[in-house]
Design a protein around this ligand. Structure first.
Ligand code: F3S
Length: 81
């Protein structure tokens, strides 16, 4: 499975990820994105039918704050680096 998480420290609230993948990403009161499925812990595998949207969001984020990995993030966006 694929996992995703938002680095909330670098997200600039541009809004592209939720537009590309509204079933995966939403925004907090400040417009900072997070992953809906697992409260941005990056621990729940993304359903197959949402993978294309996730990739679109990953490729579209201007600050590389959308992270994607084959392994769970356990809350740490830099875990896969
Ligand atoms: Fe933030 Fe990037 Fe989404 S800047 S709102 S994580 S597209």
């Amino acid at each position: 499975p694929k996992f995703t998480i938002i680095d909330k420290d670098t997200c600039i609230a541009c809004g592209a990820c939720g537009a590309a993948a509204p079933d995966i990403y939403d925004y907090d009161d400040d417009g900072i994105a997070f992953v809906l499925l697992d409260k941005n812990t990056g621990e729940i595998g993304i359903p197959e039918e949402l993978i294309d949207d996730m990739i679109d969001a990953y490729e579209g984020c201007p600050t590389d704050s959308v992270r994607v990995s084959n392994k769970p993030f356990h809350g740490n966006p830099d875990r896969d680096e």
